[in-house]
Design a binder for this molecule. Sequence first.
Ligand code: AMP
Length: 398
Amino acid sequence: MSEQHVLVLNCGSSSLKFAVIDANNAQELLSGLAERLHNDDAVIKYKIAGSKHQNALTAKADHKVAIDTLVSLIREHKLADSLIAVGHRVVHGGEQFTGSQVITDDVIAAIMKTAQLAPLHNPANLTGIKAAQQAFPALTQVAVFDTAFHQSMPKHAYLYALPYALYKEQGVRRYGFHGTSHNYVSAKAVEVLGLANSHRIITAHLGNGCSVCAIKDGNSVDTSMGLTPLEGVVMGTRSGDIDPGLFDFLTVQLGYSSQEVSSMLNKDSGLLGISELSNDCRTIEEAHLEGNTQATLALDIFCYRLAKQIAAYLVPLSGLDVLVFTGGIGENSDIIRAKVLTHLSFLGWQLDPQKNTEARFGNMGVITTADSNIKAMVIPTNEEWMICQDAARLAKEL
Ligand code: AMP
């Protein structure tokens, strides 16, 4: 079989994650991260042929500099000739995109228009697209949207109870995010467990950002993030759901500006806000085990609210076959998984402590006992592989 490699790019607001993946077998030939972009200490780290490297980028290097450096690396390691496509993670596809798209001028215009709904992410994604188009003008460029998987949500799940004109005229509705991850791990669960076409899955993507998704027969029917990634469960630094009346209290009574409220809800809340320690789950778990009561409280709130969100999705699904944990926390924190399953023990499942401990550090596995009718399991996510597959498929269809 001829070599078919895909360059996968994921531009965050100050980072660029990248990988060159073999579309025939999911092997990663090159992978890495450029981070602290726009800062004096911008850096690129990458892994190739099993060895790790790290190079400083020029001070204040931006996405274009990072991509140019990556392109030099690709050329230096003779990976350019086997590339068949570039796949871009794009955060917001609005209502227009229900699946991945070959990038055309019209698609770029639509991504620009949607940037109003994702001002930190879509412009960075567009920078990546433009730089990749310049570097590889002959290659098919494909956009894979975080929101696309959730476009199957019914209207009663995606609409807010706000004046309807806000939806009709401004697109104010729930969109949901992490779609590529929810799609990947739910499809993997179906494959691994041999589930029938008719199935009910809840996926909990728990990383720095956290979201839960209800999936019926392969389609997202509800998800916890909304117009923005701030809605839903407690996250590393984001609050998740709050009383909207808080906004008035903070601005009118306490004199916060709207930017200060937004910054507090997005950057200073969640696990960090409650623990007063860190947004990193590992740090919080260590402190909890050493008896730090704020750390314990942060974990308790995180798990209680997460369990409530999971229980809520029994409504759209009318039951449950399997709960899947993924993301850095979901894949590694046996403590959080055990707490969440305990909250939901009325579902009749039983945690297998040994399997729960073993399903860490990249290991996939069911963590409930064999006699549990409803299963819980851990599946490491692989958004890059999903993006690679979609990009390769669309490039071949052209
Ligand atoms: P992600 O955004 O998917 O990379 O996930 C980042 C989160 O995963 C951070 O909160 C990390 O603390 C958490 N995480 C990574 N490894 C572990 C671990 N071994 N135990 C608990 N949490 C972890």
